[in-house]
Write a protein that binds this ligand. Sequence first.
Ligand code: F3S
Length: 755
Amino acid sequence: MAFDIDMIKGVYARMAERVDKAREIVGKPLTLSEKILYSHLWDGNPNTEFKRGKDYVDFAPDRIACQDATAQMALLQFMQAGKPKVAVPTTVHCDHLIQAKNGATPDLKVANSTSAEVFNFLESVSNKYGIGFWKPGAGIIHQVVLENYAFPGGMMIGTDSHTVNAGGLGMVAIGVGGADAVDVMAGMAWELKFPKLIGVKLTGNISGWTSAKDVILKVAGILTVKGGTGAIVEYFGEGAKNLSCTGKGTICNMGAEVGATTSTFGYDESMERYLRATDRNDVADAANQVKEHLTADAEVYANPEQYFDEVIEINLDELRPHLNGPFTPDLATPVGQLGEKAKANDWPLKVDWGLIGSCTNSSYEDLTRAASIAKQAVDKKIKPKSDFGINPGSEQIRFTAERDGILEIFENLGATIFTNACGPCIGQWDRSDAKGDEKNTIVHSFNRNFSKRADGNPNTHAFVGSPEMVAAIAISGRLDFDPMNDTLINEDGEEVKLDMPLGIELPPQGFAVEDAGFLAPDEDGSGVEVKVALDSERLQLLEPFTPIKDESLMGAKLLIKAFGKCTTDHISMAGPWLRFRGHLDNISNNCLIGAVNAFGKKTNFVKNQLTGEFAGVPDTARAYKAAGIRSIVVGDHNYGEGSSREHAAMEPRHLGVAAVIVKSFARIHETNLKKQGMLGLTFANEADYDLVQEDDTFNFIDIADFAPEKQLTLELVHADGSKDVIKLNHTYNQPQIEWYREGSALNVIKKENVA
Ligand code: F3S
């Protein structure tokens, strides 16, 4: 099942020469991120220095991982590419399509029945094309990758924004859209703008109630949700060395929440311990042979300001535990200061649920630290005031935690142990309480807390914290509880205090599992038949997109001017819509229904300029499409932040949208728009966003001259006949313009295959 040691040895064998060459070309000591990037160039040995934040570079990733929700569309696209097998080791993980309701056994049974068609499709495509398949219940993609595939110095891409989790094992691991993954599966280079580098120096040591999670909660508060955009965050310093490997994974995981391309740490003893504990002695031995290339040159960490574009220093001795939220993961508040903030903002102080686990925080260390708090509730006779839910990250961690009595501790508190899957982290939570209009509060150890993210309820205020803090807050039932200073009254009426958490980094008896849930593909999958029923509502074979004609960009209509935050959740909602991820036409019925229309400030309520009537966004887009009219989406800052799902680009494309014009983009979404053959443009003057009116018609007057580094000119024709002419920026290079001209990147791959 596991890693390909020969592939890893091959990476290490090439590393010394490539790193030396890169150092010579760059002319100075190298960061770890540069070593990994320069040793994974598509063209082999480095021969030119790349400008950070500017140059597009072709890379050759070592691995690909896909989760079930995004894999459907990725594999449907790969099937179109006409290749017999994937060119790079690839795995598919069934984790997003399993609802959390009654607990692991009944929930998994329901998922296996309701999503059988999709799971069977993914299993058969995997078998046919040489892809490793992790069954439903086997675990969450990033935990499984960390346990089995991540390796120091490697480069991987994954069709999920939290692919970055593998940075905990010293990888450069990046979340991409399915279309990017398809390129690499098809044996092509993967293109990325050479990232900027942010160095985070960790001094001191975490102790007491403070955990690795608090490092990233603090960083999120500093950088905000877009502060890491276009950058790799590289952690270093004594404080970094003293963190466990899985703690590093948590920090890297939530690097997605600051918009970072990825995050990583240099190889150290914590990684070696983790590799050996997860049955990968040969990887640890191989890494030890090249350890000088698996961390930055010493001079870099001695004088980081000279080598990073930005340096942040955090003293872990002074770091306090945080709770971030609600509704955004960068709203960081030290525990103990949340009460006042909650009262001022009218956030409910009563906490209804504490959720522990997910891909972010289900390590052995996490579970033991949280369990050490949970156990005190029983021992000290404190009746928990909130409900507990646990979703383990993998069958291996679940099995081990059960064997070691950890799950029993939570069960003694009445916790529901959900399937080893995403569940409440992705809106797949059939929550029986708090369904009405009433505000409610939950705390969880996941990574995202956008509105509706956990349970689909906009009134749920979700706060993110470490597993042990979640346990303490859930036991107290109060958001303003500070376990370091406050006491609780137990069932005997006594005042008791929770002792600080105690965790165990790795299981003393080793990890164990009976059935990890892995299916290796057939050596020769050519005879495997992939079935998609013609009348399926969940899967639909793809038709290639046709190129957007220049003429159609004269007279295009405004579909929606999105106001404020517009994440991929707003553009293509998850939750119940996950079931349609493999059916483009059906899932397009959720297109932009979560975005707030700047005119009227309502969601899914836009004007159809042809009729003057107001309707939902998908219906209005379909009406324009039926009339042969292209439509345009306008957006605010960091448009498309959040996940890597290319549905957020494919849906508007399918519905006839030609261009998305915004103040700024989140990186993955911008690339996804390009891949699908659309225009992703930014206002040269941000204030021009305000010029766009509800009845506007758009004329792209110089689209015929679309070229790299050349602004486009847009004429806005308003309802009263007046006009504004504005400039639009773009980041398309020549090959990306080719994608646009051919209708999609996939069309270009196919064309090259045929040629
Ligand atoms: Fe799943 Fe949530 Fe992680 S959706 S992959 S557990 S971020």
